[in-house]
Ligand binder design. Structure first.
Ligand SMILES: C[S@@+](CC[C@H](N)C(=O)[O-])C[C@H]1O[C@@H](n2cnc3c(N)ncnc32)[C@H](O)[C@@H]1O
Length: 196
């Protein structure tokens, strides 16, 4: 039981990682987060999945590999050069929609029509901003997953206060069950209660 032993690395992952390194993409999700996402999404047949912050598609590949054939994934990023990597490697998968957009603006426009069964919030909007809108799109029983909650070398000064505020905010919400995991970069999973 060593948690750095990760199997089931998804198709395309090595290509995306190679391109990410070549372009100097500095914000990749790690293997542990990916493996957790793959496992969580596999509990939800037909899931509607939302990723905020596609990057180059590393977590996108993990999510797709855990999803069944009836599930769908919408992944949003503002940066076309990152999205182009995801598109090149994963774009053939009809379950995936890649969108170049500001996730905050998109969340404010979209909510409350859309409902998602799993949200991986991996950009500032949907996590440190527009949190109400992001959680408003979470279906009952749906999972809201965030990483980078334990101190990281690339955190700017004072970011620990953002993290503390976010955790306190999430823990104060009566409509969520929540667990903190000292796994990977620090994961928090919140599940929307069926009824409050
Ligand atoms: C932590 S990285 C995402 C990593 C990716 N999920 C992975 O698994 O490797 C954060 C991403 O958020 C994107 N981003 C920054 N501001 C954004 C915004 N306002 N809306 C959408 N995406 C944004 C960045 O371009 C960057 O790719």
């Amino acid at each position: 039981m060593f948690n750095d032993v990760i199997h089931n690395v998804p198709n395309g992952f090595a290509d995306i990682r190679r391109e990410s390194e070549a372009m100097g993409f500095s914000m990749p999700s790690d293997l542990q987060t990916g493996a957790l996402l793959q496992t969580l999404v596999a509990t939800k047949p037909g899931a509607r999945v939302l990723e905020l912050g596609t990057g180059t598609g590393l977590a996108t590949a993990w999510l797709l590999s855990g999803m069944d054939q009836t599930a769908s994934l919408l992944s949003i990023d503002t940066e076309p050069t990152y999205l182009a990597v995801a598109e090149r490697v994963l774009g053939h998968d009809v379950r995936l929609t890649l969108r170049c957009d500001d996730a905050g603006a998109w969340l404010e426009r979209t909510q409350p029509e859309q409902r998602f069964d799993l949200i991986f919030a991996d950009a500032w909007p949907g996590k440190y901003a527009h949190l109400d809108a992001a959680l408003g799109t979470l279906a009952p029983g749906g999972m809201y997953v965030i990483d980078d909650m334990l101190p990281q070398p690339n955190w700017p000064d004072g970011h620990d206060r953002n993290v503390d505020r976010l955790v306190a905010d999430l823990e104060s919400r009566p409509d969520l069950h929540l667990v903190r995991l000292a796994w990977s970069t620090g994961i928090l999973i919140a599940v929307k209660k069926q009824r409050t």
